[in-house]
Ligand binder design. Structure first.
Ligand SMILES: *Cc1c(COP(=O)(O)O)cnc(C)c1O
Length: 341
């Protein structure tokens, strides 16, 4: 099976399992797990931050950060298709009692001018703007990357207004590899960053939230309240350390393979458009006459799985468990849709 549904479906490699097996562990609620400590410090160091907090999921790191930054009756500025709004079960309302100001981005990317216009003035009717949150790469935007300049402009605005800036970096390593931006520089712009280890990096479980010492201390209490204090998590942290060492540069292969798929789709007569494939996501729209279910059924005959992503929309995700031979099979499937072959 060639599974292009998501980069979360990867299994640990034998070498990663070996690293997990050898991990030194302890009870992390007692702060006695050396491998968790090492992973948190390594993530903080890489992103130019003071401290890190290892959590079970990217949803949890995002929601903890939002809770730590905001107050009830305040408002979070984010893009209208951002993961924190669209795919986290209304968690902003549930955990933080905050509302959202939703902005239409260009493939998920906001500009400083848009954000500036959404920041609330002082008025008894209004919620206070308590947080600005960006997503890089942007999932619904087809894995689009922010330019450094756009990030700097938004960060400058946030600082001048005294509003914290959070980054949902579920696929931040894809953005770094695609753009050549430096992870250390991100700490200069953002107050907190959520980093997923279980997407492109290929670990079985885990995300790390990075920020200042004080912020992470507060977040650790929130994590505990959510039931996220965990014990010998070092076995999972070891997978993260292994992935940081061995699975970052190879993301360029995923990006190359995504471009191959995007090019083939652009040639296909049944495809209306393909979003530019900047990283490992390929989102495209089928012309009327071929539904997403028919197309997915055709892929299935070649042993290929993908996700329907709305009416007529399909998403392919390349990752660690899809190699060049797998891509050849997908290309064959793309080129042989019966009505159009
Ligand atoms: C996957 C994802 C997350 C977090 O997902 P979990 O499944 O909770 O780890 C957050 N943001 C974006 C953009 C994502 O794609």
């Amino acid at each position: 099976m060639i599974d292009l549904r998501s980069d979360t479906i990867t299994r640990p490699t034998p070498a990663m399992l070996e690293a997990m097996f050898r991990a030194q562990v302890g009870d992390d609620v007692y702060e006695e797990d050396p491998t968790v400590r090492e992973l948190e410090n390594e993530c903080a160091r890489r992103f130019g931050m003071e401290a890190g907090l290892f959590c079970p999921s990217g949803t949890m790191t995002n929601q903890i950060a939002i809770k730590a930054h905001t107050q009830p009756m305040s408002e979070v500025v984010c893009e209208q298709t951002s993961h924190i709004y669209l795919w986290e079960v209304g968690g902003i309302a549930f955990h933080s009692g905050a509302s959202v100001a939703l902005l239409p981005g260009e493939r998920g990317r906001l500009t400083a001018a848009q954000v500036a216009a959404a920041i609330r003035s002082e008025n008894v009717h209004y919620p206070n703007t308590s947080l600005i949150s960006l997503e890089n790469t942007h999932n619904r935007g087809g894995g689009s990357c922010y330019s450094w300049q756009a990030l700097e402009e938004i960060a400058e605005l946030a600082k001048s207004k005294g509003i914290p800036l959070h980054l949902d970096g579920a696929r931040i390593f894809n953005a770094l590899v695609a753009t050549g931006q430096r992870s250390e520089d991100y700490g200069q712009l953002f107050d907190s960053i959520s980093i997923c280890l279980s997407k492109g990096l290929g670990t079985p479980v885990g995300s790390v939230l990075v920020g200042t010492q004080e912020f992470v201390r507060k977040c650790k209490r929130i994590r505990k309240a959510m039931g996220g204090g965990w014990r010998q998590a070092g076995y999972l942290a070891a997978a993260g350390l292994y992935a940081l060492e061995n699975h970052v540069e190879r993301l360029a292969d995923d990006h190359r393979r995504a471009r191959q798929l995007a090019e083939a789709l652009e040639q296909a007569p049944y495809v209306e458009y393909v979003l530019p494939a900047e990283t490992n996501l390929v989102i495209f729209r089928l012309r009327e006459g071929l539904t997403e279910d028919q197309f997915l059924a055709h892929l299935g005959e070649f042993g290929v799985k993908a996700s329907a992503f709305g009416p007529q929309m399909v998403r392919f995700v390349t990752h660690l468990d899809v190699d060049d031979a797998g891509i050849e099979r997908v290309l064959e499937a793309i080129r042989s849709v019966p009505q159009y072959a």
